[in-house]
Design a binder for this molecule. Structure first.
Ligand SMILES: NC(=O)c1ccc[n+]([C@@H]2O[C@H](COP(=O)([O-])OP(=O)(O)OC[C@H]3O[C@@H](n4cnc5c(N)ncnc54)[C@H](OP(=O)(O)O)[C@@H]3O)[C@@H](O)[C@H]2O)c1
Length: 352
């Protein structure tokens, strides 16, 4: 089944004035009209097309998520390894957005991949987020690290120590959480095509979402078409590409990010000028035009608002021009640090 898109009509959520807060929460004030496209995932649930990323700047995330919720974001993306779940839980409570209006995504980290550790890890996350269920639970990477409390369990030789179980065992444990209702949908992140096929062969649930690096510099056309045909919705992480300075600074980076920032590309500027939008908004609109969701991160108020206003149509000519920006440039590739050949059959892999 393919993910379907819809734009809410009356369901353009018009939130005005003061709405009823959850117990103990502050009243919430909304004065802006919120218009949000959604996609229907292969489990039937609706995912807002534009979500909010929370990787980095953890001490600023409570304020940023609060601002994002007030601006109208209804999908928040986090992960155990970001250490932002607790801040997000607080921001949601403060904003008083009812749980059933929110879509929350989190990710299982690689030292919790032993099947017996999966449910306790999610329970800890749910408690930090102050919720009884997660809308989307993702396996953060396909590599299994040594079981235990260390998130990056390296040996004395500096090499990552791997676990004894595989991501297929982890997937089956995640499937049980869907049956229990603790996760509405499950999916993957940073998987290769071969690894997705392995889940098809040995699991019983088709991943609802693949959260993967996608932006005009890394378009992965054949892989995205194949996943779409299998009913897997794709969510762009780092949708602004090398705008995130992390990719310039991190020790495993290959220097690939030290080139022109995507949002400084003259083609995006020219298209943006035509539509009265910024280059960043064009990069996000390109994801939506392809039927995929995006999760830009920002801690700056005007950028947060601007990112939510990125649902506008691009012309065929715009799409062709953006298509020409594809360089197979993958910025997020910690293969050497994680002791695992990530993206091995995909574009822009470390070995290519
Ligand atoms: N699954 C995974 O392995 C994985 C990997 C990476 C990311 N993610 C998820 O994807 C989210 C987004 O990716 P990302 O954080 O790497 O990068 P991103 O959202 O593509 O870019 C973030 C950078 O762009 C800036 N920015 C945001 N909006 C802007 C705008 N309108 N104009 C100009 N600059 C703007 C931000 O600045 P400020 O921060 O200064 O506001 C920040 O420096 C993450 O936060 C995380 O939730 C997942």
């Amino acid at each position: 089944m393919n993910a379907r898109s819809s734009t809410t009509t009356l369901s353009h959520l018009l939130l005005h004035g003061v709405s009823r807060p959850q117990t103990g929460a502050l009243p919430r004030l909304f004065s802006r009209a919120i218009s949000q496209k959604t996609y229907t995932l292969n489990n039937g649930t609706k995912l807002p097309a534009i979500g909010f990323g929370t990787f980095q700047d953890k001490e600023q995330q409570e304020g940023a998520v609060y601002a994002a919720l007030n601006a109208g974001f209804r999908h928040i993306d986090t992960a155990k390894v970001y250490d932002t779940e607790e801040f997000i839980g607080r921001a949601i409570r403060k904003a008083g957005v009812p749980r059933n209006e929110l879509f929350l995504t989190t990710k299982l980290w690689c030292n919790d991949f032993h099947p017996d550790d999966v449910e306790p890890a999610l329970d800890e996350t749910l408690s930090k987020l102050r919720t009884e269920y997660i809308d989307l639970f993702l396996m953060h990477y396909p590599c299994t690290f040594k079981r235990g409390s260390e998130r990056f369990p390296k040996g004395e030789d500096g090499i990552m120590q791997m676990g004894e179980t595989t991501y297929v065992d982890t997937w089956r444990a995640m499937e049980k959480l869907v049956q229990k209702g603790k996760a509405k949908a499950i999916g993957v992140s940073n998987f290769s095509k071969g690894e997705v096929i392995n889940l098809f062969d040995h699991g019983s649930i088709v991943p609802a979402v693949h959260q993967m690096e996608l932006h005009p510099y890394l378009q992965q056309k054949s892989f995205v078409e194949w996943q779409k045909s299998k009913g897997i919705h794709m969510m762009h992480f780092s949708p602004l590409a090398n705008q995130n300075n992390f990719y310039r600074d991190i020790y495993w980076a290959t220097g690939k990010a030290n080139t022109t920032h995507l949002i400084d590309e003259p083609i995006l500027k020219e298209i943006g000028d035509k539509h009265g939008k910024s280059p960043a908004q064009v990069a996000l609109a390109w994801g939506l035009a392809n039927g995929r969701s995006v999760i830009p991160k920002s801690v700056v108020d005007w950028q947060i608002k601007q990112n939510l206003e990125s649902d506008f149509p691009l012309d065929e000519e715009d799409m062709e021009k953006i298509g020409s920006l594809d360089k197979g440039l993958r910025f997020n590739d910690p293969s050497s640090a994680y002791n695992w050949k990530l993206y091995s059959d995909l574009e822009g892999a470390w070995s290519k």
